[in-house]
Each structure stands twice: as structure tokens, then as C-alpha cells.
Design a protein around this ligand. Sequence first.
Ligand SMILES: [Zn+2]
Length: 290
Amino acid sequence: MNDHDVCPACLNPLVAGLRDWHLQCTNCTYEGSSLRVEIDVAGSVEILDEQLREEGLSHLRRSNFQMLIARLPIDDRAGRSRPRKLLDVGCAHGWFLQLAGSEYEVLGIEPDSRSAALAASHGLPVRQGFFPHALESAESFDVIVFNDVIEHIPDIGSALTACIRHLAPGGRVILNAPARTGILYRVSRFLARSGFPASFERMWQKGFPSPHVHYLDEASVRTIAARSGLRLVDSYTLPTLSTHGLYARIRYDRSVSRLKAATITGAMVILAPFLRFLPADIKVWTLKAS
Ligand SMILES: [Zn+2]
């Protein structure tokens, strides 16, 4: 039996969902996938247009990161008796490190060699490798952040258990991840059921080097965290859609044509004002040692 056969939240069996790679728990609301994660450790494959990706994601990510940093409790910030330490797991190009660096002593871990090199070239403290192996056993942090990372880690339970070993007393784990309850995800599910699976496959990042292997919600986060000795203490949402850079964000997957990207962009620009009244697709869950 492999990891994909069992729900990481309630340990009941998983069965095929809307696609043969899509998995649903037979007991709880957890959804997962058997899509293979093949992170480009050596930097040899180029499926995504990294320049368009950076351009497309930059505005939304940076503004969401600023909101996330503003939500961290005041007592966690610098200016106290010692500098507060923050670990950014899967720091990619280092945008979050750049923003958090003014308030925290930061460290990033990034498995992808190109992204790690790019972040390091901006003078950011980054180690290439995987969490927690890139850390020394005695290293601890006041905040451990997973920005769009935890949904890519197949053994989510072990990753959270490792957090406990590297959390300073009173420290927090921040999971910033796509939510199963979000409106875009629900619409993509509906379309997949109606015979149009493209947006559902995109939501799971099927065909990407590092696809999504989990779609979480409050209940599954609470249960998975509890299993790892962590307790859910806070949750809130972040904006999913910024029309700024949207075309580039759709086009960084080179398989999407210009016409199709322009059509999707147009539709999204029309829909964007309505989306903020609907369930958000990005959630942030804060965990503490229980
Ligand atoms: Zn389950």
C-alpha cells in the first residue's frame, strides 16, 4: 500500500474521484491526487516560462504576502529582546523573504536549483534542499511559513511533525494554501463533472513539475495538524485573483495559446469584482504546538 491509498486526515481509504489521478476520502472531505511531484532539483527541464511566471505572479503574491506579514501577531515581530526568526519553506524566488526581512531574521529553503540561485543572487539567505533535511537538528524558528508549498508535499504529516522539532517555544506554523471550499475550485469541479476538465486539471497543476497533491479545508487541516501534535489557532482568507498580471499568469504554462489566455483573461476581468463576495480560494491556517 502506498501513501495515496489512505487519507492523511482520518486514515480511511481514498478512492478515485473525478479523474483517475484525483482521490477522495471515503469518510471525510479531504481530496488528494496521485500526480507525481518531480521538482527540478538539477535545473535541467523547462516546462514553464519562468519569466512570464515571475511577471504574472509578482503583483498578487507580493500583496498577499504583505497581508500575511501584517496578520502575524505583534509579539512575533522584531524589536523585542532578540530578533525573531522566520523560516520560509519553499521560498522560490525569495519574495516573501524580501518582505519579511525587515521584521524577522529570515532563512529560506528551496529545492529547485534555479529558483534557489535566483534568490541567492538577490543577496537572500537561501539553502538549496528539502525541508527539514536542509536544517541542522538544533535550528529553531518563531515562525515557519509554507507559502503555496504544503499542497505539493505528499507526506504532509511528516512535514508538520518536523515543524514541531524546529519550532521555538510559542512558535507558529503558517500554511498558506489553496482551499477545497473556494469558488474557483468548486466551479472547476463542476466543469470537470460536465465534461470540461481543463480548469480542474489546471487547479491541480496537472502536467506541472510540482502538481498539487492535496486540496485542504478547515476540517482536514485541523485533523492532519492534530495528528502531528499541532493545533489550529487561526484561519483567514487571502484574495485569489488580481487582474494585474493575469494574462502572464495564465500564459506561463506554455501549452496555453495566446488566444485562449486572452479569452480567459477577458472573462476573469469581468468576473473579478464578483469573486470577492464568494468563498475564497486561498486560505491561511495558523498552527501552534498543542
Ligand atoms: Zn479522510
